[in-house]
Design a protein around this ligand. Structure first.
Ligand SMILES: [Zn+2]
Ligand SMILES: [Zn+2]
Length: 98
């Protein structure tokens, strides 16, 4: 799914290169959000980015802090604006048109 806009929190503090973007996992029809760098794939549990998540089921891939599954499976995608609102994170992100 290609969105006409990009939702992000900030430039990645880990790699300095990527954008930390909101990704959602919809495993078991639950909406779980996290923040993922689109470059180095570091994961944070929320937009305050105070807590990194590294304990997924597969340690070599970015994983959902809620269920631990890979964030690149088809149960996950980059959040759209509606989903960011549902997570209550809209005032914590920036939206850029692409
Ligand atoms: Zn990064
Ligand atoms: Zn999940």
């Amino acid at each position: 799914m290609v969105l006409p806009y990009l939702i992000y929190v900030r430039t990645c503090p880990s790699c300095g290169d990527g954008l930390c973007r909101v990704r959602v996992c919809t495993h078991e029809n639950k909406l779980a959000g996290c923040v993922v760098c689109d470059e180095c794939e570091s994961v944070w549990t929320d937009p305050t980015m105070s807590e990194k998540f590294t304990e997924g089921i597969d340690s070599y891939t970015a994983s959902c802090p809620d269920c631990g599954r890979s964030l690149w499976e088809d149960t996950s995608h980059w959040a759209d604006i509606q989903e960011v609102c549902l997570l209550g994170w809209y005032d914590k992100v920036k939206v850029a048109r692409t």
